[in-house]
Design a binder for this molecule. Structure first.
Ligand code: FAD
Length: 302
C-alpha cells in the first residue's frame, strides 16, 4: 500500500505529493488531468515571487517538480469511490483499487458556465472567472459581471475600483448577495445593476466586445459594449464522487480543520475542493503542504 495517496494533480495535489515524498515515504498521485485549473489559465500575476507566468507553463513546472521525486504518478485516471477499511481504498473508474494508509483529497473545483454562444470561444479572451486573477487586466475599461450572488457583487465592487464601468447582470428579479454588499455596491457611481436579465450571447471578434441579454419582463434584447465579462454563477467542488464517505458542507466542499484533516481519520483534503474561504494557487499550494505534513504526523502516531 501507499503511505500517502494524493487524489488530484493541481497545485494542491502537487504540493502535497512533494512534501510527502521528501519524507521518504511511499507516495502516489492520481490525477484526471495533471495541472488542474492552472491549465485553463492565461496570465498568472499573483503567484508571489513570479512576476508573470502562463498557466500551461506553471502546470509543466508543477509536473517537472513532482517528477524530481520518487512519486508514483497515475495521470488520466479518475477516482470514483473512497472507502475507509483497515486501509483507505480509492477505486478508479478503470476498476483498479488503490490502498493507502492516508489519503489527501485535492480534486479542485470547476467554475459553472452560463452555456451561451461565445462563452467557449472567448474564454481567456475577455471572459474571466476570477477577479483577483484577471480583474487588473481590465483597468480603465468597461466590464460586466454575470451573477448577483455574493461572489458576483464582491467581484463588481472590486472591479469598480479600477475599471471605467461595471454592469451587473442578474437573472432573477433581485440580487441574492448579502445586504451589506448590496449597500456598498449602490454607493458606487460607476456600477449599473440590471435584474431580470438573461444573458444570451457574448460577442467579439478576436476578443470580447460586448454582451447581449434579454430583459425577461419585456422580452426585449439589449446589447452593451464591454471589454471583459466575469462569470460569477458558482464554483462547484469536484467532490460528488465522495458521496457520504467524507463530510462536506452544503456547497459540497470538504470540511477540514486547520491541519487539513477531514472527519475520517487518515483522510485529509487541500485546495479548492475544501471549505477554505479563498481559492487561489498560492493558497492551494500552502494547504497541500499543510495537509501533507499532517498526514505524515498521522502516520507517525498510528
Ligand atoms: P485544481 O487546480 O482544480 O486541480 C484539481 C485536480 O484534481 C486536477 O488535476 C483534476 O484533474 C483532478 N481531479 C478532479 N476530480 C478528480 C477525480 N475524481 N479523480 C482524480 N483526479 C481528479 N489562481 C491564482 O492564484 N491566480 C490566477 O491568476 C488564477 N487564474 C485563474 C484563471 C482561471 C480561468 C481559473 C479557472 C482559475 C484561476 N485561478 C487562479 C484559481 C486557481 O487555478 C485554483 O485556485 C487552483 O488551481 C486550485 O488548485 P487545486 O489543486 O485545489 O485544484
Amino acid at each position: 500500500p501507499f503511505d500517502v495517496l494524493v487524489v488530484g494533480g493541481g497545485p494542491a495535489g502537487a504540493s502535497a505529493a512533494i512534501y510527502a515524498a521528501r519524507k521518504g515515504i511511499r507516495t502516489g498521485i492520481v490525477a484526471d488531468r495533471f495541472g488542474g485549473q492552472v491549465l485553463d489559465t492565461a496570465a498568472i500575476e499573483n503567484f508571489i515571487s513570479v512576476t508573470h507566468t502562463e498557466g500551461p507553463k506553471l502546470a509543466a513546472s508543477l509536473e517537472e517538480h513532482v517528477k524530481e521525486y520518487n512519486i508514483d504518478i497515475m495521470n488520466l485516471q479518475r477516482a470514483k469511490r473512497l472507502e475507509k477499511k483497515d486501509l483507505i481504498e480509492i477505486e478508479l473508474e478503470n476498476g483498479a483499487v488503490l490502498k493507502s494508509k492516508s489519503v489527501i483529497l485535492s480534486t479542485g473545483a470547476s467554475w459553472r458556465n452560463i452555456g451561451v454562444p461565445g462563452e467557449a470561444e472567448f474564454r481567456n479572451k475577455g471572459i474571466a472567472y476570477c477577479v483577483h486573477c484577471d480583474g487588473p487586466l481590465f483597468t480603465g475599461k468597461k466590464v460586466a459581471v454575470v451573477g448577483g450572488g455574493n461572489s458576483g457583487i464582491e467581484a463588481a465592487i472590486d472591479l469598480a475600483g479600477y475599471t471605467e464601468h461595471v454592469t451587473v447582470l442578474e437573472f432573477n428579479d433581485q440580487l441574492k448577495a448579502d445586504s451589506v454588499l448590496q449597500e456598498r455596491l449602490r454607493s458606487l457611481s460607476n456600477v449599473t445593476v440590471v435584474t431580470n436579465a438573461q444573458t444570451k450571447e457574448i460577442t467579439g471578434t478576436d476578443v470580447v466586445n460586448g454582451v447581449t441579454y434579454v430583459e425577461r419582463e419585456t422580452g426585449e434584447e439589449k446589447h452593451i459594449e464591454i471589454a471583459g465579462i466575469f462569470i460569477q454563477i458558482g464554483l462547484v467542488p469536484n467532490t460528488a464522487w465522495l458521496g457520504d464517505s467524507v463530510e462536506r458542507n452544503k456547497f459540497g466542499e470538504i470540511i477540514v480543520d486547520n491541519r487539513g484533516a477531514t472527519n475520517v481519520p487518515g483522510v485529509f483534503a487541500a485546495g479548492d475542493c475544501t471549505d477554505s474561504p479563498f481559492k487561489q494557487i498560492i493558497i492551494s499550494m500552502g494547504s497541500g503542504a499543510t495537509a501533507s505534513l499532517a498526514a505524515v504526523d498521522y502516520l507517525v502516531r498510528n
